[in-house]
Design a protein around this ligand. Structure first.
Ligand SMILES: NC(=O)c1ccc[n+]([C@@H]2O[C@H](COP(=O)([O-])OP(=O)(O)OC[C@H]3O[C@@H](n4cnc5c(N)ncnc54)[C@H](OP(=O)(O)O)[C@@H]3O)[C@@H](O)[C@H]2O)c1
Length: 365
């Protein structure tokens, strides 16, 4: 029997729970096909977690997923405790062999745990963008600690092979000229609805009702999530830039920033006129409005609502699908393009799982 590779997972939200479920399904297959034996040594949320160096049994994993679904914290469970990700890693100690830290949390609070894991020879898999959207100096510290052991496919395009495609282009000596991306399912849906004749306020309300937006739709409409993806793409092909250097045009009308969510929803019709005008202008020139990230090899990285010719790949995209168009030295005339669903817990978890398998194969002991 091969010695197990221990997983420490931070985050048991929509994505994290799906990762646990899919991993339980995949483990036997991985063992037989690749000789890779993985087990969960720790699961963590904001309140604490469950730490078990010998591996959390499947029955307990299932209970924990079910309990998280009902809103319980891991620390409230009979096997749970108040423990931070860093403390959990210290408890596991160095004698157990390398760990794979899986970050499915939201926000920058996991940076230190990631850094420590890389420094101690472990691997890291992220769906969480925030630890990679830090200032350039802190980003460099992560790369110096273990660039090849940090995998983050799911941070851009969820389960779509976006970053692996970019990396394989670079590894084979190709050079990026420019990447264009519609990298938000939510904003893709809203812009498609605008082009279909809906008012801005209706499109945003509908997206919220369908569960496409965060509880506060401004978190999507601010464009910051797309800006983080643009920053990650840019840094992946070697650009050095600070988060503040990405120019972001929010998909928001000029409303007071201090409004509650309900006040904001009530005020949305104030934006209808402005967005209807932009739709009409785009249609007059045979274009669609799309929320596009443009990441050139040099010059400004920007995230904005812009017109794309209706017949172009970007302009003809509909609904929440994502598109990533790589114009490179070798794919100059006909850019290499990836289209598909770029969000959702299952697609994202599949991207995470692929990286977990790759990491586990690298650290097999
Ligand atoms: N959903 C998607 O389609 C998608 C696609 C690509 C990438 N992502 C990224 O994947 C990550 C997870 O997404 P999600 O939809 O699962 O989010 P979510 O439902 O909000 O879950 C976040 C989880 O992380 C935990 N958490 C947050 N900060 C933490 C910290 N500092 N320490 C320990 N635990 C922490 C939360 O704990 P509590 O349970 O205690 O609150 C929660 O369990 C996010 O970063 C998101 O941007 C999501």
């Amino acid at each position: 029997m091969t010695r197990p590779v221990r997983l420490v997972q931070i985050g048991m939200g929509n994505v994290g729970r799906e990762v646990v479920r899919l991993l339980m399904e995949s483990r036997e297959r991985w063992l037989h096909r690749y000789g890779v034996n993985v087990c969960y040594a720790a699961l963590l949320d904001t309140q604490g977690g469950v730490v078990c160096p010998d591996g959390i049994p499947d029955r307990v994993l299932r209970d924990l997923v079910a309990a998280k679904e009902t809103g319980q914290s891991l620390a409230e469970n009979s096997v749970g405790m108040r423990v931070s990700p860093l403390e959990a890693l210290q408890r596991l100690g160095p004698d157990l062999g390398p760990v794979v830290l899986v970050d499915c949390a939201a926000g920058g609070g996991t940076y230190e745990a990631i850094h420590q894991t890389l420094l101690s020879g472990g691997s890291v898999v992220l769906s969480n963008k925030a630890p990679l959207a830090v200032d350039q100096e802190r980003y460099d510290h992560l790369m110096e600690a273990g660039q090849s052991r940090l995998l983050n496919e799911a941070t851009v395009g969820a389960g779509l092979p976006v970053l692996s495609t970019l990396r394989s282009l670079l590894d084979s000596g190709d050079e990026v000229i420019e990447i264009q991306a519609c990298a938000s399912g939510t904003l893709g849906y809203i812009t498609s609805e605008l082009m279909a004749g809906r008012q801005y306020s209706e499109a945003v309300s509908q997206a919220r009702e369908l569960g496409y937006t965060e509880p506060d739709p401004r978190d999507d409409l601010s464009g910051l999530d797309v800006a983080r993806k643009a920053l990650i793409l840019a840094r992946t092909f070697g650009r050095r830039l600070e988060p503040g250097e990405v120019r972001v045009e929010p998909l928001l009308p000029p409303l007071d920033t201090g409004l509650s969510v309900q006040e904001f929803m009530d005020a949305l019709p104030e934006g209808d006129g402005e967005f209807s005008e932009r739709v009409a202008r785009a249609q007059r020139s045979g274009c669609s409005l799309k929320y596009v990230a443009t990441i050139p090899a040099e010059g400004e990285v920007r995230v904005e609502l812009r017109e794309a010719p209706e017949r172009s790949q970007v302009g003809s995209l509909t609904g929440p699908d994502n598109i990533f168009v790589f114009r490179t030295r070798e794919y100059r005339e006909q850019p290499l393009t990836i289209i598909g669903p770029g969000a959702g817990p299952t697609n994202t978890a599949m991207g995470v799982l692929e990286d977990v398998l790759q990491s586990a194969r690298q650290v097999r002991v």
